[in-house]
Structures are given as structure tokens and as C-alpha cells.
Design a binder for this molecule. Structure first.
Ligand code: F0G
Length: 433
């Protein structure tokens, strides 16, 4: 299908060629999105083709992103794409987590199975491919950790230089380690995510560096495939709810766009409701949806779920539209609720990073409030791998985890390691007690 960049604000309606290196509308400054001029659509045939590609040995068929290339704005250019075989993430049934949240069934779509361990890989393969199409040599992002890990990997795989900006002392070591290992030039800036994003936008403009934050519409296009793959895995039967954590709100806008596109071409009959969950200390979108009025950013966001420690989410206008269209909801959860939900997801043998566990904590709250029904068909998207933040896990299970105000978080589902002497009798006594 023919694609161009369009101002997200329909009132403005400005359009730009697909190969302009811009992120905001040149006319009104609003966010941009990819808009398709529908060419020849044969959705029934596409479904068959996508299924057949799963058995192919071609790189771009094996990728859980490029497999759906008919709905991406690269039109043949996918043959230049840099792929690490992203996507292909499983749907996992989790009875124990379902019971915890008073549901009959609960399914996780685990994006932590991606090459760098988070959902960012779905978007990054497209973002970096666009950088190649534009002839850019350097890419940059500000990140709470996962975007930087992903960008560093894809940029290196493509032979591009990558520059990562992270809030000093505020990302997990697992993620920082990835950026270093994949070879990104890494700057730890003494400011928070929102402040650094403003800084990086200035630098990108001045130095001609291609920006790969989620304001980049090609990242959003790639993240749409999380939904395409989810529906493909369910034989195109939508669930009642899709639940995801909300930080900068790029993923919420990607999911909503994907669902609208699938509905518009007749691949799903109804749009599931989106439920976006934020951490209490970083919940400007929740407050806006609850109180209305003008959007108020939070100057000093705080949460141990550092991935979603964002007070001024840049994609909130898009996310707002998607919540409206899907008749969705936004909820917030406490640090204790996130920590407990995370331990329960671990006990399912699944595991995830703290931000991802906000989903289960949010579902529990929403079922208790009667918003989600006990028999509803719910899919929660786990956005990051359990090994992204091992410090958090160790502290929780040993009763040392403290919230950002310094209050203890109870290890309600704690599983403390036991120090044992080198003595079979003593160990036998421990194991039999
Ligand atoms: N979950 C994880 C694990 C994340 O890393 C992020 C965002 C989110 C959820 C929220 O997604 O921003 O689209 O609403 N991480 C970004 C980063 C901000 O820099 O890695 P969002």
C-alpha cells in the first residue's frame, strides 16, 4: 500500500513524503503518523500468506514483524531491513495469575522473548530500517533502558553508530549492560527522562542524527505487529481486553492504530478494549483521564518500575484517541501491588520486569472494581524479560525492597535464599523442616 506521513491532528491534515526525516508536523507541530492510501487489499489472502510464511526459512518471513509487511510502510524496501528475528513471541496461559486477579482465564503475550528482551525490538527493526532508507549514519534515543538496549543492538547489526542518553542512576543494570555490550556510545545525563528527551531533540536537529524514540512514527509501525501477531495466533478472534503498561504511551498508540487498521480491512470485527496501567508515582495519563481538563505533566515522576518512570508522556494525544476508540480505561497501581503481581507472574514460571507486572496488578484492581468481568477474555502484554532487573528481584525476595519514599515493600510472596553449611545432615534437616 502507498504510504505517507500525515499530521496526527485531522483538523490540520498536512501530509509529507515517507522519506522526510521528521517527527512532528511542519505546519502545526503535532505528532506524525504513517497513513496508507489503500491500494489493492486482499485481507483473506494476506491471512493465508502470513500463516505460510511461518514455515519459510527466509529472514523476512521468519521475523514476526516483517512477516506482516503488507501492513508496514516499506513497500519492497523490507529487503534492506535489519532483522534479528524479532517478534514470534508466545501467548502463555497463566492459571495462577488468573486466580490472583479473579479471572477464569488469563493469557500473557510475552514480548520479553524478543532478541534484546523487550517489545522495543518490534519497533526498532522498522526504525533502524528507516534510518538506513534515509541514508543516516547515526541514530540516538533517550531511554529508561529498553529502547536503548534495542537501538544499540539493531544499529550495530546495521553498521550504524548509536548514541544512547539515559537518566543517570535511574535505569537497571541489565539494560545499561546491554547498551554497552552492543556498542552504543552511552551518555548518563543528570536529568530525568522527560528533560533528556527535550535535550536530545535539540541535539538530533543540530547534528543531523536520526531520532529513534517513540515519537518516530516508524517505531510505532513496527510495534503494531505485536497486535497483528497476537490476532494471527488467535485465528483473528479478538479478546475482550488487551492490557498494557503505560509510560511514554507509544505502545498504546501503536496497539490502537493496529486494531483500527485490522478492523478497517475486515480482519477483526470488533476492537477489544485497551486497559493502560501506570505506576502511581508516574501516572499523568491516569490523572488526565480521571479529571479531564488540560493535560498536566508530572515534573518529578517516581517508581521502582523504572521503565515507566515518565512524567510527560509525549504520545498522550495519540493514546487518548485510542482509549476513546476502544472504550478503554486507564488505571494506576502502587509499588506494593506491582511487586506482588510480579512475584505471582514469576510463580507461573513466566517472569517479567517490574513495569510489565503493572498489567496483572491493574487487572486485579479492575476486576475488583467490576470493570473487567470474571469470565472476560483478557490478554496482558508483558513488555520486558525477567532478567532485565535482577536487583529488584533479589531485594524483593530478601525483604530489602524499598519504595521511592524509602518505605519497606512487604515480601508477601518472597522466596528467600537459604545459606547452608557444607554438611549433608544439616542440609537434610533444612529440607525436611
Ligand atoms: N514496559 C517496558 C518494559 C518499557 O521499557 C516501557 C518503555 C514501557 C513498558 C512503556 O511503554 O513508553 O510505549 O508507554 N520504555 C521506554 C524506554 C520509555 O526508553 O525503554 P510506552
Amino acid at each position: 500500500m502507498l504510504a505517507e506521513l500525515a499530521c496526527f491532528k485531522q483538523k490540520c491534515g498536512a501530509r509529507f513524503p515517507i522519506d522526510e526525516p521528521i517527527y512532528n508536523c511542519r505546519t502545526c507541530g503535532a505528532l506524525l503518523e504513517v497513513s496508507f492510501r489503500n491500494g489493492h487489499i486482499n485481507a483473506e489472502q494476506w491471512k493465508k500468506t502470513w500463516r505460510e510464511r511461518r514455515t519459510s526459512n527466509e529472514v523476512y518471513d521468519q521475523s514476526g514483524v516483517w512477516r506482516y509487511r503488507e501492513l508496514l510502510p516499506f513497500d519492497g524496501y523490507h529487503l534492506q531491513a535489519v532483522s534479528l528475528r524479532e517478534g514470534n513471541t508466545p501467548l502463555l496461559s497463566a492459571p495462577r495469575a488468573a486466580e490472583y486477579a479473579s479471572l477464569q482465564h488469563l493469557t500473557f503475550k510475552h514480548q520479553g522473548f524478543n532478541p534484546t528482551g523487550s517489545f522495543k525490538d518490534n519497533g526498532m527493526t522498522c526504525g533502524v530500517t528507516q534510518a538506513i532508507r534515509l541514508g543516516k549514519k547515526r541514530v540516538a534515543c533517550v531511554s529508561t533502558g529498553n529502547t536503548s538496549a534495542s537501538m544499540a543492538a539493531y544499529a550495530s547489526a546495521a553498521g550504524l553508530d548509536s548514541i544512547v542518553f539515559i537518566p543517570h542512576g535511574n535505569i537497571s543494570y541489565g539494560k545499561l549492560a546491554q547498551a554497552l555490550e552492543y556498542g552504543a556510545r552511552t551518555l548518563q545525563v543528570e536529568a530525568n527522562f522527560d528533560q533528556i528527551l527535550a535535550l536530545v531533540r535539540v541535539l538530533a536537529e543540530r547534528l543531523g542524527i536520526y531520532l529513534l524514540n517513540s515519537i518516530n512514527p516508524f517505531r510505532i509501525e513496527g510495534q503494531k505487529t505485536i497486535i497483528f501477531e497476537m490476532m494471527d495466533q488467535r485465528d483473528w478472534i479478538p479478546p475482550d481486553w488487551i492490557v498494557l503498561p503505560g509510560g511514554n504511551l507509544g505502545n498504546t498508540s501503536a496497539f490502537g492504530k493496529a486494531l483500527r487498521e485490522l478492523r478497517d480491512i475486515g480482519l477483526i470485527s470488533e476492537i477489544p478494549r485497551l486497559a493502560v496501567i501506570q505506576a502511581e508515582g508516574a501516572s499523568p495519563f491516569y490523572e488526565f483521564m480521571r479529571n479531564g481538563g488540560t493535560f498536566q505533566s508530572q515534573p518529578d515522576p517516581h517508581t521502582l518500575a523504572t521503565a515507566i518512570k515518565i512524567g510527560d508522556p509525549v504520545s498522550w494525544p495519540k493514546a487518548f484517541q485510542e482509549i476513546e476508540v476502544s472504550k478503554g480505561v486507564v488505571e494506576k497501581v502502587s509499588e506494593q501491588e506491582i511487586a506482588d503481581a510480579k512475584a505471582i507472574i514469576g510463580r507461573c514460571g513466566i517472569g517479567c520486569e517490574p513495569a510489565s507486572a503493572a498489567t496483572l496488578a491493574g487487572i486485579k484492581k479492575l476486576t475488583e472494581a467490576g470493570v473487567i468481568g470474571e469470565t472476560d477474555d483478557v490478554i496482558a502484554v508483558l513488555t520486558g524479560n525477567v532478567l532485565k532487573d535482577p536487583d529488584y528481584i533479589y531485594q524483593y525476595h530478601t525483604g530489602q525492597l524499598k519504595d521511592p519514599e524509602g518505605r519497606n515493600i512487604d515480601a508477601r510472596f518472597g522466596n528467600k535464599p537459604i545459606v547452608a553449611p557444607n554438611d549433608a545432615d544439616a542440609i537434610a534437616r533444612i529440607l525436611e523442616s
